[in-house]
Design a protein around this ligand. Structure first.
Ligand code: MTE
Length: 339
């Protein structure tokens, strides 16, 4: 059971809009430095064997957002919200989104945000390579200056059967495709996370196939929902949430939304992702959310809403079918589209 300890100073989830929280830097710092809730939980492979364990929570002081004020891109935020994307649920409390995270490079528990603070995020260069007219590297701040930045509220559904609603800042992935200029040979995109075992202790665990890799088809990447996150809650991304650049594909299970991306490669072959390599029968390439297709070890029919005691029915494509269903309409359903 989720232990929810609400303090007098905490904002209601529905009030946690960037405009209200982040306009004033000093007020932001005071909020970020105040106490919050830390949740301890199992990992991607173990959490749902022990769903009660993943539900356990303990209160702890946290300044999980403190470092974002030092981010060189801080003044770019908050961004105008794109009202086309409505979550139809309350926004998850910011402290929960920043302290209940999956980032295996820092360990398999949810509570890794302190360890992640050691990851250097400047300078940060993104490599564009593979089937492109000309490979190139681009500095993250140059990229931020060139992309049309906006805020979008999306639901996030983890394969572990929990969910959040996050106000993301960033840009539509299709704009990066335009910049990258892929050739007609490109059929897939392979995203790769930073590999640096000096600052990422989880990468010293040799049994994982580091670096973390994820992939999309070109059609998926060009879909209007596919988004590159550069911030949350009206401020730059905290490191534990995948600073300075991560993928956000809300119709797929959360493990597809790869964090701290250093390379985007356009390929002819379908990339094999990190979790697919570890347990391909449990975590496939497509991983589209579907309540009717159970994980081999647990049901996907419902999801636990982080920050409440609620369980709600899971929706096909996480409720984004109107945007993405046509991508899969003509596909062979034996392709394991939903796992
Ligand atoms: N990206 C990397 N590089 N490493 C990870 O362990 N975890 C994934 C995804 N991206 C992960 C990752 C999983 S399982 C989920 S549910 C989401 O990140 C969680 O994003 P959040 O921690 O910001 O909520």
């Amino acid at each position: 059971m989720l232990i929810r300890r609400k303090r007098g100073w905490e904002l209601a989830e529905s009030q946690a809009t960037p405009e209200e929280i982040f306009r004033n830097r000093r007020r932001f710092m005071r909020t970020a430095g105040a106490g919050s809730l830390l949740l301890a939980g199992g990992g991607l492979l173990s959490a749902c064997e022990d769903m009660d364990g993943a539900n356990q929570a303990s209160a702890a002081e946290s300044d999980a957002f403190a470092q974002v004020a030092d981010d060189p891109s801080y003044e770019l935020y908050p961004l105008d919200r794109n009202s086309r994307y409505q979550a139809e649920r309350d926004i998850t409390e910011r402290e929960l989104a920043g302290t209940y995270t999956n980032f295996y490079e820092f360990g398999s528990s949810k509570n890794i945000w302190q360890k992640a603070q050691d990851m250097p995020i400047r300078p940060w260069s993104l490599r564009i390579e593979g089937e492109v007219e000309e490979p190139f590297d681009i500095d993250i701040d140059d990229l931020l200056a060139r992309m049309p930045l906006e805020e979008r509220i999306y639901r996030l559904r983890c394969v572990e059967a929990w969910s959040m609603v996050i106000p993301w800042s960033g840009f539509q992935l299709s704009h990066l495709l335009d910049l990258a200029r892929p050739t007609s040979n490109a059929r897939y995109i392979r995203f790769t996370t930073l590999e640096d075992s000096e600052v990422m202790p989880g990468q010293r665990a040799g049994w994982y196939p580091w670096p973390y890799i994820e992939g999309l088809t070109m059609e998926e990447a060009a879909n209007e929902l596919a988004f590159m996150g550069t911030g949350i809650y009206g401020a730059p991304l905290p490191k534990q949430n995948g600073a300075p650049l991560r993928l956000v594909v809300p119709w797929k299970y959360g493990f597809k939304s790869i964090k701290s991306v250093v390379s985007i490669a356009f390929t002819r072959e379908r990339p094999v992702s990190f979790w697919e390599e570890i347990a391909g029968n449990e975590y496939g390439f497509w991983a589209n959310v579907n309540p009717e297709v159970a994980h081999p070890r647990w049901s996907q029919a419902e999801e636990r809403v982080i920050g409440s005691d609620e369980k709600v029915p899971t929706e096909l494509y996480n409720g984004y079918g109107e945007y993405v269903a046509e991508l899969y309409a003509d596909m062979d359903q034996d392709e394991r589209l939903y796992r």
